[in-house]
Design a protein around this ligand. Sequence first.
Ligand code: MG
Length: 226
Amino acid sequence: MSVRPPYPLVVFDLDGTLVDQREPIWKTLHERLGSDPGRRRATIEAALAGTLSYADWFQTDLEMLREAGATRGSIEAIVDAIEPTPGAIELVASLRAAGAAVALVSGGIDMIRARILPQVHFDAVYINAIHFGDDGTIVGGKPTAYDRDHKVSAIRKLALDRGLSMKETAFVGDGSNDIYAAREVGCSIAWGATAHPGLIAVCDHHVVEPHMDALRPLLMGEVVIP
Ligand SMILES: [Mg+2]
């Protein structure tokens, strides 16, 4: 059945939503690659307290990973163990085929999108990028301007560019960094059994099915025949 999607703009988070990476990828990378836990904790606390900007946190994080010996190869090996969430690839394709614009707004890293969802086309992507030298070492990166409370700014921009209101926009996420975005859209969905309680509290829906087909009644306007 083909029905015009009820929300012409659908925005997804990546880690824990479109891919099965339940904790922020940064936490996984630091723990697996063995960066200095004390320094990392201090950096997170400073970022949360507002004394360290997101861009400075990002650069400090990359520096810590580089010092721990992280390379393109070691990061790729961790990323390659991540699986797409069942049904995610098909859902994005169906939404776009039905005429919705689909965007990715993530505080993770673009390598995950590129390696785990290479066949998925997004109308817009806002995410961090790590840059590597020819020898595979980290030489820098580009922080997203749109993580945490700024995810909502990306969604406003995407809606405005398309002449849409926030009420015509749907957002799917799982983390505490998705709360601001979820509050502002017409349809907010907390994804998964491990979604952050604070996010579940502000969302219109909390979906705990393991397969993203469960989102089709909400996002595709498809009728479920029991
Ligand atoms: Mg997430």
